[in-house]
Design a protein around this ligand. Structure first.
Ligand SMILES: *Cc1c(COP(=O)(O)O)cnc(C)c1O
Length: 389
């Protein structure tokens, strides 16, 4: 049965992913079940998306109720659920306004357009460059690929979008060198995700904040992966005690429903005015209902403190494994260098043993659901130990 599905799938879906030969059929909390009945403990949350695990009860109810009420209207009208979700998102993150798209790349496209127009409105043409970081990842559209500071992504699809420069992470001198009069924004991930789960230094972030203030440049944080509790804070910016002008969110925001959000502070929340940006599906009521269910849970009293404790527990367990050379990241966003083992091989071996993990460059990457239990952590660790032994 599985093989038949895979054959049919591969015959008519473009081969843009290296997929494992498993057909996922159902999920419950932190457990996925494949078509052949095999069960898997989820240490990947899909890919950082299913923040409440599979089919969380409150989330399912919110999404289903909304699907029964109204599934979509054009953005020429209002919906209550988008108003409620936007209010909750702004209140909890401390931002003034939000634009909704459908993905991380779209959230970043919005931030890029916002930064360029912010500068155009104030200073006119020519101030359009966005500095991003070497080893960053910002998405797969042409503009966000252009923003992505990894040469491997700058291939085939020429010409790329002009106006991006790449500065080395945690290297203030290199950043200063790139910072000329054409720059309108600096965009960073606080913890580079796809680049290998590498956090920025506090001094580097502080310097960005200072430079942005001095030169009236917008500070954009791509929190598509780090946001909404992933690092054991609602936003990773809280670890650094800073507030970027613009933050982008997506992956875990609506618990597995497709959504992207670009939130902006008072200085720039009205830059994108009527007809300057849009998205047919952006702010879809069902996605917003899923997002509201996620925020209601993640922002509830005590949730983040508990999450933080579980993350500490997981870090301690991981660092005790002999084959683990180094653990990096923050909270439940974890990268691991392995001694003498390839992360890709370990990922495959974990799958065979019933544990879903991810990789990022040469590292093994874990993004467990924010709702994971101690018992599930222990089970996952046992499998990981076995595979690494
Ligand atoms: C995943 C990711 C994106 C792209 O998100 P999509 O939803 O795939 O478009 C952008 N930035 C970061 C930091 C990501 O991790």
């Amino acid at each position: 049965m599985q093989n038949k599905v895979i054959e049919q799938f591969d015959s008519c879906v473009m081969g843009t992913y290296g997929r494992f030969p498993v057909v996922m059929e159902t999920g419950e909390d932190r457990l996925a079940t494949a078509l052949d009945g095999k069960e898997y403990i989820d240490f990947g949350s899909g890919i950082g998306t299913n923040s409440l695990g599979f089919c969380d009860e409150s989330w399912v109810e919110a999404v289903c109720e909304q699907a029964k009420k109204i599934q979509h209207t054009s953005n020429y009208y209002y919906t209550k659920v988008q108003a409620d979700f936007a209010k909750k998102l702004c209140d909890e993150t401390g931002y003034k306004k939000v634009f909704f798209g459908n993905s991380g790349a779209e959230a970043n496209e919005c931030a890029i357009k916002l930064a360029r127009k912010y500068s155009f409105d104030k200073y006119g043409k020519g101030r359009h460059t966005i500095i991003t970081l070497v080893n960053s990842f910002h998405g797969r559209t042409i503009a966000t690929l252009s923003a992505t500071g990894q040469d491997v992504f700058h291939n085939y699809f020429f010409p790329f979008v002009e106006g991006f420069k790449y500065a080395k992470a945690n290297d203030i001198d290199d950043l200063m060198e790139k910072l000329d009069d054409t720059v309108c924004a600096i965009m960073v991930e606080f913890v580079q995700g796809e680049g290998g789960v590498i956090p920025l230094d506090k001094e580097f972030v502080d310097e960005i904040v200072k430079l942005c203030k001095e030169k009236d440049i917008l500070f954009i944080a791509d929190e598509v992966q780090t946001g909404i509790g992933r690092t054991a804070k609602l936003l990773a910016s809280e670890h650094y005690g800073v507030k970027p002008n613009v933050t982008t969110l997506a992956k875990g925001l609506a618990g597995g429903m497709p959504i992207g959000a670009c939130v902006a502070d008072e200085s720039c929340c009205d830059v994108l005015s009527k007809s300057t940006h849009g998205s047919t599906f952006g702010g879809n009521p069902i996605a917003c209902a899923g997002g509201l269910a996620v925020l209601n849970k993640v922002c509830a009293e005590g949730f983040m403190a508990e999450l933080s404790k579980k993350a500490d527990y997981l870090w301690e367990k991981l660092s005790q494994i002999d084959a683990v050379e180094k653990v990096s990241g923050k909270g439940l966003m974890i990268g691991m260098n392995l001694k003498g083992k390839s992360a890709a091989d370990v990922c495959k071996a974990c799958l065979d043993e019933g544990l879903l993990v991810l990789t990022a460059k040469e590292k093994l990457r874990l993004l467990p659901p924010l709702t994971i239990t101690y018992e599930e952590i222990d089970k996952g660790i046992e499998i990981l130990k076995k595979v690494l032994a």
